[in-house]
Write a protein that binds this ligand. Structure first.
Ligand SMILES: C[S@@+](CC[C@H](N)C(=O)[O-])C[C@H]1O[C@@H](n2cnc3c(N)ncnc32)[C@H](O)[C@@H]1O
Length: 329
């Protein structure tokens, strides 16, 4: 299994060994924080100062196991799955989402930032490259959909043996209305027929059912992150300003294991940052005491209370009862 899933396997293993995880605590080992930026396995360090436990009203959540100072790096996380935005397809590395210079991406349908990413992607990209994705990509483009691209990548990873079909099952799924399920059928049909036309045998595709497709999308809907890289230079700032006007500022989307357990607060004490690729860094915004829950903000905290409540209800299916919302701010 590729390095992409090394991080998740530990948590997954603990949960499989201990069914009923919704009601138990997960201690996070140092293994799970193997430095995201290092290519070589990091030597075991102290475990990250967090645990995943059940909260009173928001399912599972992430708690500090000791005091964490404002600005401290809590832990890093490698993505389980990434995909560049269609508008950034050859402007970002097809594997790690690092921004590419026009020279690096020139004349290529998909481009990688280096040999390392190319090799890591090879296993699933070999499967992807067998099929014609024009109809599937067009469906995503015309309907403005980004998550089916992540499902397509996961399907290629499963077919190539790089991931298990149930790798995202541990994540909380969104509730899907019958209308949403109906809308998803077209994407599922296009995905399956692209593989069939590429002569992928039915026996290899037994996992690829309508139910699997909808289940993955239901999890991506509330757990995937839109990746916007931090500004590196004045040039980036200018490029970003024009990107905001011309197209989307995000380089792509990604889904993680541990960051998916962070609940939301409109006045968060933690945040997630991406410096130059999809490797995530969870940082404390304020001082956090031991046993305090760490929460990030899922949306633009600059919006007014009604707008925030509406987006959280429509997009994530919960009514926000954070102190800021309760105070009417
Ligand atoms: C990304 S998941 C967070 C982890 C989740 N609690 C779990 O058990 O896997 C997002 C979901 O957690 C719940 N959640 C997150 N923040 C919440 C909050 N402030 N109030 C109530 N529910 C919340 C909602 O069900 C939301 O759709």
């Amino acid at each position: 299994m590729s390095h992409l899933v090394r991080y998740s396997r530990w948590v997954w293993w603990r949960i499989k060994k201990n069914p009923g995880t919704q009601n138990r605590e997960i201690q996070v080992s140092s293994f799970s924080t193997a430095a995201a930026e290092e290519e070589k396995p990091a030597p075991p360090g102290p475990p990250p100062p967090i645990r995943v436990s059940v909260t009173e009203s928001a399912g599972r959540g992430v708690f500090a196991t000791r005091r964490i100072g404002a600005g401290d790096l809590i832990h890093t996380a490698k993505p389980l799955l990434t995909h560049p935005s269609l508008s950034a397809n050859n402007a970002a590395c097809y594997f790690c989402l690092r921004k590419l210079t026009p020279g690096e991406s020139q004349g290529q349908t998909v481009a990688f930032c280096g040999q390392d990413c190319k090799e890591k992607a090879k296993v699933f990209y070999d499967v992807e490259a067998k099929a014609d994705w024009a109809a599937f990509d067009e469906y995503c483009r015309t309907q403005g959909l980004k998550y089916p691209l992540l499902v397509k990548r996961l399907a290629c990873m499963v077919l190539s043996g790089a991931a298990a079909a149930d790798s995202l099952d541990i994540l909380q799924p969104a509730y899907l209305t019958p209308e949403m399920v109906l809308q998803m059928q077209e994407g599922f049909g296009l995905l399956r027929s692209s593989f069939s036309k590429a002569n992928i045998a039915d026996e290899q595709m037994t996992f690829l059912t309508n139910q699997w497709y909808n289940g993955v999308l239901a999890r991506l809907r509330i757990n995937a992150f839109r990746i916007e890289l931090a500004m590196g230079s004045y040039g980036d700032l200018l490029a970003s300003a024009s990107a905001c006007v011309e197209a989307e500022a995000a380089v792509g989307n990604a889904v993680y294991m541990l960051p998916s357990f962070y609940n939301h607060d409109c006045d968060p004490n933690a945040h997630i940052v991406w410096i130059d690729n999809a490797n995530a860094r969870l940082k404390a915004l304020h001082d956090v005491e031991a046993d305090e829950e760490l929460r990030i903000c899922y949306i633009d905290a600059g919006m007014d209370r009604d707008a925030r409540q509406n987006i959280l209800l429509q997009g994530f299916g919960f009514k926000c009862n954070c102190l800021r919302c309760l105070s009417g701010d």
